[in-house]
Design a binder for this molecule. Sequence first.
Ligand code: NAD
Length: 245
Amino acid sequence: MQKTALVTGAARGIGLATTKLMLDRGWHVAMLDRDSDELEIASAGLHGATPFSCDVSIQSRVEETIPAILDKFGRLDAVVNNAGVAHFGPMENTDFQAWRTVMETNLDGVFLVSQATVPALKQTRGSIVNIASISGLRASTLRVAYGTSKAAVIHLTKQQAAELGEFGVRANCVCPGPVRTKLAMAVHSQDIIDAYHDAIPLNRYGSEQEIAEVIAFLCSEQASYVTGQIIASDGGFESTGIGLP
Ligand code: NAD
């Protein structure tokens, strides 16, 4: 039986790269995104992929969409909680609605999709991969909402690993460094880009494909004894002690 992965935020960026890699490795992929137009275009011609339009921050939409995915594929072996939004700003300049908007997608979305898919994952002894960020590992002056949401996702991953291990379900977290996606380039000024190049030991941004490789590994049988882990794919940035720009 062909394995099925659900990838959220699959219409572009890291989610689309993960979808393509998983398809190449023989998985079926349920591509979920709230941007239905971009999702249609991205999924066209991807054999084995099916698009599902859904906003992960809306509980009723998640509760309708997960059964539709299970109806289509009959099983779920991996859930990649990748959908995310960025926000730059220090605490004093971040209004509460902006804070809530970030939390609703980056944290509530991971909770809702995970909760809705766990019964199916228990049946296959499948796995969850949550996408956090180096911003969840390190504080910086500019990322109060984004960094806090991602730190919470890191902890949620550990909770999931603790809770679901007895059912054979694994949960891991990937913390990407900077990648030139729409999300990052909307908030990275040239100064920030230059600072990252200097601060990252490999002296460059990562690619979507490099992050997708780590995600696909964690979903695979090769990672069958890996759970509760927080893995930075960041060119060495997190381990060097240099502050975030
Ligand atoms: P992206 O903007 O290219 O793609 C994000 C996708 O998520 C989009 O297709 C968007 O429509 C979708 N999305 C956003 N909110 C959604 C919602 N509520 N419901 C459903 N879909 C939603 O961004 P990306 O850079 O590929 O980001 C993917 C993940 O990687 C995010 O969680 C992000 O925080 C994380 N990340 C990215 C970087 C980076 O530098 N690009 C670094 C660290 C972490």
